[in-house]
Design a protein around this ligand. Structure first.
Ligand SMILES: [Zn+2]
Length: 301
């Protein structure tokens, strides 16, 4: 009987769910709107799970790996998810109604597991993922295991203090985090100091990248600074876990070389000897990284 596992990525607006086989094949994928109420959320997930399983009567489901946007302890307890309005939730107990073994993790850490198992970090056991999007998240894998730390706050790469804008407040409440500088929000904020962005009603990170491509020096500098900030933090992380590969994911990374080049430039300059020549690459699973990561909690041990 073919063994399969659910990978579930619970976000503030949608839930992405996939049934993944042990060989990494994604058999079916579903996406539905997140419910505000915890009970309703897990009812919906359970209903979708049994519907998906009914399409694969010849498969044996070994569990469900679920990612949530908050710190997770003991692979089950989430202490709170601001963008879901959750307090403390025992995810494994809530999803226990399905009768399956449940393992929970922080969504960004889980994406790193997914990239290690079936993405750009395949075959690596030591890996750093930096996801540059609206926010800046990621995960650290050491010896094939997620670094989650003492109380679930491990791998929060976006909140490493960065010296570029020490007085800019981050979403976490502290000042000067990498996220405040190098996320799409940080890039937009930096660009807004200059014309023409200071007069535009709405600025996107893409506007800044487009202007840089068209020769706007300020826009170029903003992106270079963001890349340098990411590269600097990557060099710090490399000193800690000596990864085999550093992956850059998230919507902003789609910009390609204009972001990747300054990241790599600073990393090569600053990273400690044994780490200075490791690979730096784009993540490849995109929005499916969490689904594969959830399955990896069961299939990639
Ligand atoms: Zn922060």
């Amino acid at each position: 009987m073919r063994q399969v596992c659910f990978g579930i990525d619970v976000g503030g607006t949608t839930v992405k769910m996939g049934l993944v086989a042990q060989d990494g094949e994604l058999l079916e994928k579903q996406e539905f709107v997140s419910a505000h109420d915890v009970e309703e959320m897990f009812d919906n997930i359970a209903v979708h799970m049994s519907e998906v399983m009914s399409h694969f009567p010849d498969c044996q489901c070994v569990g469900a790996g679920i990612g949530v946007p908050g710190p997770v302890v003991d692979q089950r307890l989430v202490r709170g998810c601001a963008n879901l309005g959750w307090g403390e939730v025992d995810v494994a107990a809530e999803l226990g109604r399905t009768g399956l073994p449940v393992r929970a993790a922080n969504d960004a850490n889980l994406a790193a597991m997914g990239e290690m198992w079936q993405g750009a970090g395949r075959g690596c056991r030591d890996l750093v993922l930096l996801t540059v999007g609206t926010g800046l998240g990621g995960g650290l894998i050491s010896g094939g295991r997620m670094i989650t730390g003492f109380n679930g706050g491990g791998g929060e790469v976006g909140h490493i203090p960065s010296s570029f804008h020490p007085d800019w407040q981050c979403g976490c409440g502290k000042y000067g985090c990498l996220e405040a500088t190098a996320s799409a929000s940080g890039i937009i904020r930096a660009a807004r100091q200059f014309a023409p962005f200071n007069e535009m009603k709405r600025v996107t990170a893409k506007d800044v990248f487009d202007a840089a491509r068209d020769g706007d020096e300020n826009a170029r500098q903003v992106i270079t600074d963001a890349g340098h900030a990411v590269g600097h933090c990557a060099a710090i992380l490399a000193c800690v876990i000596n990864p085999e590969i550093i992956l850059i994911g998230g919507g902003v990374s789609a910009a390609g070389r204009p972001l990747m080049d300054p990241i790599e430039e600073v990393f090569r300059k600053e990273a400690f000897g044994p780490s200075s020549h490791i690979r730096i690459a784009r993540a490849m699973l995109g929005n499916d990284a969490g689904i594969f990561g959830g399955a990896a909690l069961f299939f990639c041990e």
